[in-house]
Design a protein around this ligand. Sequence first.
Ligand code: XMP
Ligand code: MG
Length: 185
Amino acid sequence: MDAADMGKDLSKVLIPEEELQAKIKELASRIDEDYAGKDLLIVGVLKGAVMVMADLARALHVPVQMDWMAVSSYGAGTKSSGVVRVLKDLDTDIAGRHVLVVEDIIDSGLTLSWLVHNLKSRNPASVEICAALRKPDAVKVPIDVKYIGFDIPNEFVIGYGLDYAERYRNLPFIGTLAPHVYGAG
Ligand code: XMP
Ligand code: MG
């Protein structure tokens, strides 16, 4: 599926595939430097982080193990409430391990701040965050994100793992939806 096929549902391409891939490589080389000689576990947050995890993991030169968590935010509406339910926990015991949480997007930051708190209670050697995207609201929650791809405007985005009603995750770029898709026109 390319931009032309998706043209009618997309309002615009916000970050093209080439820019995404270049940024992931840039983040990977910083991570390579920071974790040289260390034992690193990268943790992807399902489902949104699958694309970032796949690309980041392949761009890294440091040896890593990969694990996954699935979480869901409770609460009415489309905004996350900060109350998080674990749908799938790690398979790995992270005590004493260096953990890097990989996320697609930080919006309010509530989900990640809960997750980091939860992971820290398991006594890892360290916990850091890598997120492909960050929205302006994220500044409201004090959360220390070591590796960030792009700061984006406060718009609903799709592609590169991000969905609207489970669609569009497989787009290789980040786009915004045309209003008619979510019923505004
Ligand atoms: P918080 O607000 O806790 O939530 O940082 C982050 C989670 O909300 C989802 N999210 C989005 N998903 N397009 C999406 O497809 C968006 O623009 C968007 N903003 C937030 C996402 O699951 C993320 O992990
Ligand atoms: Mg997510």
